[in-house]
Design a protein around this ligand. Structure first.
Ligand code: PLP
Length: 219
């Protein structure tokens, strides 16, 4: 409990430091605590310590864990950060305030239909397959312009761009490339950076970092 609060304040301090080094405005960087694979017993101390943005990779796991907690804490924001199947769009729209993994037109269509049905309009990040890896989600750089235009034609607010750099490479050049794509397309938000590289991501313009393992006790 104390440990969770300490880990959270340590991560927040590192975010603030990286932000000030990069001359970013305070409060410009959102910390999403990635709770995938964690039990509510592990998560609750972070909520008590004031953390409000949480990320989940899988819709089913999020459905199993979060509804009672969200009922008690209506100010929490849940972020869907994992690959999303179109047939989960209704549940995703009901549950998530922000969706970080929009990477294709068919998923956008499913989210628009779900949004109309549920009366909720989650904001979306367009995910880019920044390292052009076959096993990863994300649209190609070539498809990005069209997908951004498609989102802008809908009611769903465009939060920005999201990417996960290749695991075996230095992340900096990939973060820089995502930032360049965001500038080119006049997009302000950048969801990039995880436990091992969030300071580099902030240096290169991240407005949202998704931190999991560094916030939780090792298992
Ligand atoms: C798991 C995950 C994270 C968090 O990763 P850590 O290395 O545990 O901080 C961030 N983003 C996505 C998309 C993830 O799946």
């Amino acid at each position: 409990m104390v440990d969770a609060a300490h880990r959270l304040s340590a991560i927040r301090a590192r975010i603030a430091k990286a932000g000030s080094v990069a001359r970013r405005r305070a409060g410009e960087i959102t910390l999403v605590a990635v709770a995938k694979g964690r039990t509510m017993d592990e998560i609750a101390p972070l909520i008590e310590a004031g953390q409000r943005d949480f990320g989940e990779s899988r819709v089913q796991e999020a459905l199993d864990k979060w509804p009672p907690v969200l009922a008690r804490h209506p100010d929490l924001r849940l972020h869907g950060i994992g690959r999303l199947q179109s047939n989960k769009a209704v549940e995703a729209v009901r549950l998530f305030d922000v969706i970080h993994a929009l990477d294709r037109r068919s998923l956008l269509d499913a989210l628009i239909a779900a949004s109309a049905r549920e009366g909720r309009t989650p904001s979306v990040y367009v995910q880019v397959n920044i390292g052009d890896e076959p096993q990863k989600g994300g649209c190609t750089i070539a498809d990005l312009e069209g997908l951004i235009a498609d989102v802008r034609a809908t009611e769903l607010p465009l939060a920005g761009l999201m990417a996960i750099p290749p695991a075996d490479a230095q992340p900096g050049p990939y973060f820089a490339l995502l930032a360049k794509l965001a500038r080119r397309h006049d997009v302000s938000g950048l969801s990039m950076g995880m436990s091992d590289d969030f300071e580099t991501a902030i240096q290169l313009g991240a407005t949202c970092v998704r931190v999991g393992s560094a916030l939780f006790e090792e298992r």
